[in-house]
Design a protein around this ligand. Structure first.
Ligand SMILES: [Zn+2]
Length: 538
């Protein structure tokens, strides 16, 4: 069942796809999608990259110097490829190339729906640099409009180990609102005046805490969000992460709220994809989006599984195209064991996250119960985060065909707070990389890679003990290893026939000093042969 469904996404011809879409009443949308596939190639000439250090992440981890892109896919990969006539050739002069990074679980859709002129700050590491980035943003933002950073930013990333305060943010001549995954919430004088006029209490240093915090974010959402601003923010977020090398996001949902919410992880989960779908219709997506559906039915709900049962009856897993496609249920399945049974019966993928040993032990036990009744071993079920995951649980999860997603580290405190990367890397269990960023942590993959490789959090404290990985292993987790988690064989490695998703890096991530890993960025990002980010390479 799972294999058939996997092929539905990639195996149908466009004509079959349009027919099935029209039958289902989505004809116009799919028509627009197929138009975009035509645009995706951009310049219709072939693109040849030569003199690179191209880390293919194929089964032999080949490093080659040349790759040829034709019609959105790799047509040749090697050291002496035939290029033909109608080709644009780029001499990379020794630069490092990796496959496009796949973040196999994050909350990019939440980030794409943030209120105000959302300004990502995951690439700056001091307060003066953050202020400079916010000041630069004013060039695009009219007087009186909010510059915001909500979610994937943290106090720990700054050398000062705190967020900017009101006085510092006053250097930005716009209302500013910064709500961090870690370190609290701050505004400046213009923001304070706006919020206080709406009944939100703000401390003298710009801090917003307690119930005022909920009211602040809810008010910003109520007053500032429109379909147009959401689309602007969604595009900006995808572009920002494309500059950091992320070409595929698997979004793992939000807590559902019908109305604008004060919770950083809450959105209307039935409409929050609209800005991304709109960008898709317009042919503007700079990255691929994979959508999973988060459900939270109570195990004691009556009638049972009120939302999950409707989802499984009325939605399609792996439905869409190469740019946007649905997936499974997660990162919460909801409904306890009965919810797992329903997902297994429907033949869908299911995912839950684990925050501690007791939680993950329970997840495995429940899956063993269900698997004894309805086999799940071929459904690519996932458990993510797993900070504490001893060998016996890895063995049991592996026996169930479960894969685990690793990452989730740069903001953590403590010693040996996992996950046990080294043990899992040496174990046959399926594993991949995820940031889980967007509300409780950062998305920037290089911050996560820094932690996995050095064992240190962003404050430089050792948190992984002896469980670190090599750079090669880390990059593999975030590329080829993640094929299994999105159930697509033709991205994640630079191989003939695969989608041409790649990143030309500004430095060699395999040799830079550890501290420079945090500052890596892309000079050229290509998705399906389409150039989505270019700093003078082309
Ligand atoms: Zn998550």
């Amino acid at each position: 069942m799972a294999d058939e469904r996997t092929h539905m996404g990639t195996g149908l011809s466009r004509r079959q796809f349009l027919i099935s879409g029209a039958t289902l009443g989505f004809g116009s949308r799919l028509g627009a999608l197929s138009a975009q596939q035509g645009q995706a190639a951009g310049d219709s000439r072939d693109l040849a990259l030569i003199n690179g250090r191209i880390h293919t992440m194929d089964a032999n981890n080949r490093v080659v110097s040349q790759a040829l892109i034709r019609n959105g896919r790799f047509a040749a990969v090697g050291n002496n490829i035939a290029r033909g006539g109608n080709v644009r050739t780029v001499n990379l002069m020794g630069k490092t190339v990796i496959p496009g990074i796949i973040d196999a679980h994050n909350h990019i859709v939440l980030v794409g729906n943030r209120p105000g002129w959302h300004t990502p700050l995951e690439h700056v590491f001091t307060i003066p640099d953050a202020i400079a980035a916010l000041k630069a943003r004013t060039a695009e933002v009219r007087q009186g409009e909010f510059i915001t950073t909500v979610g994937p930013v943290s106090a720990m990333q700054f050398a000062e180990r705190r967020l900017p305060n009101l006085t510092e943010l006053d250097a930005v001549d716009r209302p500013v609102y910064m709500q961090a995954a870690q370190g609290g919430t701050r505004t400046n004088s213009q923001g304070k005046a706006w919020l206080e006029a709406r009944g939100v209490m703000v401390a003298a240093d710009g801090a917003i805490t307690g119930p005022a915090l909920q009211l602040a974010l809810q008010t910003l959402r109520k007053e500032l969000l429109t379909a147009e601003t959401r689309k602007r923010t969604a595009l900006g977020a995808l572009q920002y992460y494309a500059k950091l090398g992320v070409t595929t996001h698997r979004d793992c949902g939000a807590f559902h709220s019908d109305e604008p919410s004060g919770g950083v992880a809450s959105e209307n989960t039935y409409t929050m994809h609209n800005p991304f779908l709109a960008l898709h219709r317009e042919g503007k997506l700079p990255a691929r989006l994979r959508i999973d559906f988060l459900h939270q039915d109570s195990p004691t709900a009556n009638p049972p599984l009120p939302t999950l049962s409707q989802r499984l009856r009325n939605s399609f897993p792996f439905f869409g195209d190469d740019w946007i496609r649905t997936g499974g249920i997660g990162e919460f399945t909801g409904g306890g064991v009965e919810g797992l049974r329903a997902i297994a019966r429907a033949g869908w993928r299911g995912e839950d996250h684990a925050l501690n040993l007791a939680g993950v032990t329970n997840l495995i036990k429940n899956r063993e119960t269900v698997n004894a009744e309805i086999p799940i071993t071929n459904l690519h079920w996932i458990i993510s985060h797993i900070p504490d995951f001893p060998l016996d649980l890895a063995n049991r999860a592996h026996a169930l065909g479960i894969g685990v997603l690793l990452g989730w580290g740069p903001l953590r405190n403590g010693t040996n707070v996992g996950p046990p990367y080294r043990m899992l890397m040496n174990h046959p269990i399926k594993k991949g990389y995820h940031s889980d960023g967007g509300d409780i942590t950062v998305i920037n993959p290089w911050l996560n890679f820094y932690t996995i490789i050095t064992g240190r959090n962003l404050a430089g404290q050792p948190i992984l003990g002896d469980q670190t990985l090599t750079r090669q292993e880390t990059l593999w987790l975030a590329t080829a290893a993640n094929k299994w988690f999105i159930q697509e064989d033709d991205i994640g490695s630079i191989e003939v026939g695969n989608h041409a998703d790649l990143v030309v890096l500004d430095k060699d991530c395999f040799t830079v000093p550890d501290e420079d890993l945090k500052r890596m960025r892309s000079l050229l990002t290509v998705v399906g042969g389409k150039v989505v980010h270019n700093e003078g390479i082309l």
